[in-house]
Write a protein that binds this ligand. Structure first.
Ligand code: ADP
Ligand code: GN1
Ligand code: MG
Length: 355
């Protein structure tokens, strides 16, 4: 029996599976069962404790399901529903040590790489805003930290410096310009973690990976329906979710666009997201959170630039790549956006003050 068929059998499924989606971390397949199912091999290079990841996800989706029902929604569409194995576990561990999970495919949805309009991005804001709101009364301390210091931006800068010093793939000499550019932003890196440390920025249950293609929109109405990719749901800052959404959703180009003229930061998209996000969460935000919204877009975009650049220097060990220099192309789009955001900060501040 082929390895995937064996895994599917553990979940009581006998059907064909084909690769699916554009995720950078897990291996994702769409299974042609009735109903259809997403099968994923969890990336254990990234997630060292997959059982803990699934523990978080099962607790969070149970909480969301309850809230969605209370609000009169459809939990089968609006959150993920995981299958269990014959042993009653939400994952299957193979003899080789691989971890697999399966959940229902949400039909008739679309998943964007670039927002077509500000309205699309506002729907993404509403989906992430509602997600965070529904989890506001979930006890933060019940969640395991699935990746340590995930959005600790100063630590991401330190990891980049370690990668540069080791120069494992001999690539440092070819990207001196990008390295200098990233270093120029180091002065911004600590604003969010400082706020968490001094208590002005509260820890909340956050998604932590709010890129555009981690939300499903209704294919017909384009309404934001379901937040997916729940591996990094853990204690964090609302600013991580706000800032991280900007680098894909407010950009005019794809994350890996090689023609940088096509990559611009779109203020209309920023405004649409901000208005919708504040409508969902504004009442619960502290003054410091509100003040840091524009800067969070710069911080997380730069953080992502350092992560892509470090992985390129390390020889592409972390993110899936589909071509040579893919991580460098991704780092360059983040740097292009960062340069624009830095200039636009005063105008972004004016927009935040409108809402
Ligand atoms: P990764 O961690 O690798 O990003 P994701 O969980 O985000 O993995 O899944 C990768 C892609 O698969 C998503 O971006 C999306 O396109 C698609 N996908 C995942 N789950 C579903 C689902 N339930 N319904 C429809 N599409 C999905
Ligand atoms: C990864 O899993 P995916 O592709 O949705 C990464 C995010 C990055 C993103 C960059 C666990 O997200 O943190 O922001 O790539 N996920 C993890 O596109 O590292
Ligand atoms: Mg994803």
């Amino acid at each position: 029996m082929n390895p995937i068929a064996n895994v599917l059998e553990q979940f009581g499924i006998d059907a064909a599976a084909l690769p699916h989606g554009n995720g950078h971390i897990n291996n994702t397949f769409l299974v042609d069962s009735k109903p259809r199912v997403i099968l994923q091999r969890i990336n254990t290079n990234v997630f060292k404790n997959p059982a803990e990841v699934m523990g978080n996800i099962m607790a969070v989706t149970a909480h969301l399901r309850k809230k969605i029902v209370e609000n009169g929604g459809d939990p089968q569409k609006e959150t993920l529903t995981f299958l269990t194995t014959k042993e009653g576990l939400p994952y299957y561990k193979t003899e080789e040590g691989d971890y697999w999970r399966a959940y229902y495919f949400v039909e008739d949805m679309i998943c964007l790489e670039v927002a077509k309009s500000p309205a699309d991005f506002a729907e993404v804001a509403r989906a992430f805003g509602r997600f965070q709101k529904m989890l506001a009364d979930f006890p933060v301390d019940r969640l395991a930290e699935t990746i340590a210091r995930f959005h600790d931006t100063p630590n991401r800068f330190a990891q980049l410096e370690e990668a540069i010093a080791a120069d494992r793939a001999g690539r440092v000499k070819t990207i001196e310009k990008e390295i200098a550019e990233v270093r120029g932003y180091a002065k911004y890196a600590s604003a969010i973690v400082d706020g968490i440390a001094d208590g002005t920025v509260p820890l909340r249950v956050t998604h932590n990976d709010t890129k555009l293609n981690n939300v499903l929109l209704d294919g017909k109405t384009r309404k934001g329906i379901c937040v997916i990719d729940l591996d990094t749901v853990m204690p964090g800052s609302l600013l991580y979710d706000f800032g991280d959404a900007m680098r894909t959703g407010a950009s005019t180009g794809a994350e890996d666009e090689t023609d940088l003229d096509k990559v611009q930061f779109d203020l209309a998209k920023f405004e649409a997201f901000t208005a919708a996000f504040l409508e969902e969460l504004g009442d619960s935000m502290t003054a410091r959170e509100r003040e840091l919204l524009p800067l969070s877009a710069l911080i997380i975009t730069v953080e992502q630039g350092t992560r892509f650049l470090a992985d390129y220097i390390n020889g592409d060990l972390y993110y899936h790549i589909h071509r040579e220099h893919h991580n460098l192309d991704r780092a360059r789009t983040q740097l292009k956006l960062a340069a624009e955001i830095e200039k636009l900060l005063p105008r972004m501040q004016e927009i935040v003050e409108k809402y």
